[in-house]
Design a protein around this ligand. Sequence first.
Ligand code: GLN
Length: 497
Amino acid sequence: MTDLTHLTITEALNGLENKDFTSVELTQAHIDAMADAKHLNAYVTETPERALEQAQQSDKRRSEGKAGILDGIPLAIKDLFCTDGVQTTASSHILEGFVPTYESTVSGNLLRDGAVMLGKTSLDEFAMGSSNTTSYFGDVINPWKNKNRPDANLVPGGSSGGSASAVAARIAMGATGTDTGGSIRQPASFCGITGIKPTYGRCSRWGVVAFASSLDQAGPMARTIEDCALMLKSMAGHDPKDSTSAPKDVPDFTAGLTDDIKGLRIGIPKEYRMEGMSEEIDKLWEQGIAWLKDAGAEIVDISLPHTKYALPAYYIIAPAEASSNLARYDGVRYGLRVCDDGDNLIDMYEKTRAEGFGDEVKRRIMIGTYVLSAGYYDAYYVKAQKIRRLIAQDFTNAYEQCDVILTPTAPSEAFAIGENEEDPLTMYLNDVYTVSINLAGLPGLSIPAGLSKNGLPLGLQLVGKSWDEATILKVGQHIEKAANFTALPAIRTQKAA
Ligand code: GLN
């Protein structure tokens, strides 16, 4: 039998339906691959027994003709989604040992549709980061290797680095991610997979550990556009338990994948052609433009004039919301408590938070508290909110001239673990092409479009109008076909050899 872990979700669903293999076999193949790929450290918690049990139930459902749209498909869940009875850490020491008694709406939707959960994937602590090197449970390694520096371990990107690494290494067929400023799209780009951040409000945030509530959005990460479309259909939908979840019908995203993009207007924002942009990224972007033009799309130059303010505004708004959201970790309600004999309550709070949070999380809490403090609120927080409005308006204006926007996903290929760490600002630059989209609440996806000269994946980003995931998925599938990205990460080519 061919290695089942190499199938796409869609292929696996056909195989299950044709009785070529069972979900138990498919799940076991992934559990075996996970054991071989332990060094990637993609999972914080693996749940093989539970997975096999779910797979057995799935096989039973299928034999009774009751299979759901993802029945029997082994997936990974980012460890930011609360999972009933399974430890949920947000990759933080402060949540170590926290076992929710409820299931997040999004992971619950996937289970409802028959998905099998292989385990919980690592992330930057509380989803703050772009490299998955701030997890309390250690660095996650990208399965790809820089062919000119074969000894270096590379970052998978972040914060959904565990999910991206797992999907790329074929130790999950798909995974959930969350994206506050780029955390689905940038790791997807670094690991050569596809990921979509839906419109804000498309997926429920209920049961997802909050980072910055006005920006956080869950989305799928998988190896093809079609697989992402399928997962998104399951994950999305109105949830009365989340007041920011929108009462919108969920379209059949897979049915909309028609590949006909004739006449579509593709906007190319001139402000994204940044100074110092690498020649490779520029070439990739040009190639993307050429593919779409060849398919009959119309290329339109557009302007998003407030782009240069997006990063500074994001790095005020996101920490402000984080400092408020993270106030709940007090040593009483969740996970860790540090309490020596004779301590008073305040002492216990301080010791728990000092020990429980890592450096990056503390940095954000301090920035957030500062920009929200009485003397600085107007100067920083209110100003950032005004800029956010202008950024959103830029997109509204641009969409009078175009239907979809095409940009690179990230300014670089995957870098080595330890690089870019001396200065947090260099790390923040990773989000330069992605944060505006969160500030404006728009849908965006990343699709692998080529390899760098170091043999590493590079992604292109498509940004859509609000609620128009269908069009970016359609254009994304066109790029997918044109790019024909078939390269495999080192770990899998070695195995196949
Ligand atoms: N890298 C960005 C940050 O550190 C985005 C993170 C995210 O999207 N969760 O804030």
